[in-house]
Design a protein around this ligand. Sequence first.
Ligand code: SAJ
Length: 415
Amino acid sequence: MIKKVCVLGLGYIGLPTALLMANSGIKTIGFDVDKEKINILNDGKLFFREEGLADLYEKVKKKGAFKAVFEVEDADAFIITVPTPVDKGTTDLKYIFNAINFIKPHCKKGSLIIVESTVGPEDCTEKIIPRLKKWDIDFKFAHCTERAVPGNTLHEMVTNNRVIGGMDLKSGKAAKELYARFTKGEIYLTDPTTAAACKVMENTFRSVNIALANEFAQISKELGINVWEAIELTNKHPRVNIHQPGPGVGGHCIPIDPYFLLSKNSKKGIIGLSLRTNEEMPSIICREIQKLVKKHRIRNVKIGILGYAYKKNVDDKREAPAEKIVKILRKDFEVLINDDYVGTEDFLDLGEVLSRSDIILLITDHDQYKGIKFSQYPNIQFVYDTRNLFTVGNFKKSDTISYKLGVDGEYRNDS
Ligand code: SAJ
């Protein structure tokens, strides 16, 4: 019977998981090696923004069910949600191994150890379980992959179906029972390798489909059509779901997870090709900007970047295409950046970026940009929109020229 859970690694997945677990009525402690995070939590605050998280924390605090700790304590179940840096398909499991070392003195007969961090399909069976077996304790083990999307993490953690890979039936059942405390979706049991493979296949599916949309953007430009319109109309077909083109893929999953499968004989296949297609997008966007600067004969160009996060309405900049784009553009131009979500010291207010730039490059389609009226900024000669956020309404009574990714020439209508 699991009475106390310890979550190790209080990041984008660990903290929401710990709070949901605590809210379900089980005594939960959260451990992180970053003492600053523990101090912030113990001050009653959070260190990243996520829809509904602050309210959940308030609720859990009132219940007294969650405690952030500097030291791991004895528990019946340990959930590892630490980062697993990946370099082209090889996972660095050092943080998982560190977590395992922290758990060791507190693990007793029958304890359940869960790895929720993304790992390669064979990592659990080849590297993690063998290490635990050396302890000579009768433990349970499961790989419970997460499927929650940043920006909607809590809702998805509760409602999405889950795949759990138990080392054996006993382990799978114990993990299922634990997650069922807060999961309304179905929980499917399998083995750890299949569970990990499902996780990377999900994100590979997305990578391949985004690459297809990015290729359609290039083709549409050649055809002189609007890719956004073409995709919208194509998706009216009941069995077609083309994804959206964009400045490239970011986040800690989709640009990374397909590499786990590349090492398994698909170097020449569609997975590798898709990765390359998506990775080239930042350079393609920069080449477009260079061409347009020449065409418009602008000198001493100041480019205003709108959005730095890897996707809209989140503060997460991991693997963000904006980083590559800014690096390239800074070689030739002055670059001013606004992103109120990411908001570092170098970034400027939206008003300042808009009133000081000759060119606007929209990289992330945060909702706050939807209402921009370019007529208020006659200094802006053209706008390049990589996300199809702006409509003709934004350019009403303005001489600013509008360009979009995947649209040849000026974008003039809303069709
Ligand atoms: N993107 C496009 N075009 C699209 C969709 C996305 O260019 O049509 C870009 C986004 O702008 C972003 C990147 O792709 O830069 C990834 O964004 P995302 O929203 O597709 O995915 P993530 O990385 O935020 O979350 C994904 C999700 N996986 C799937 O949808 C299969 C989520 O469910 C996983 O939990 C998460 O990866 C993860 O942790 O693996």
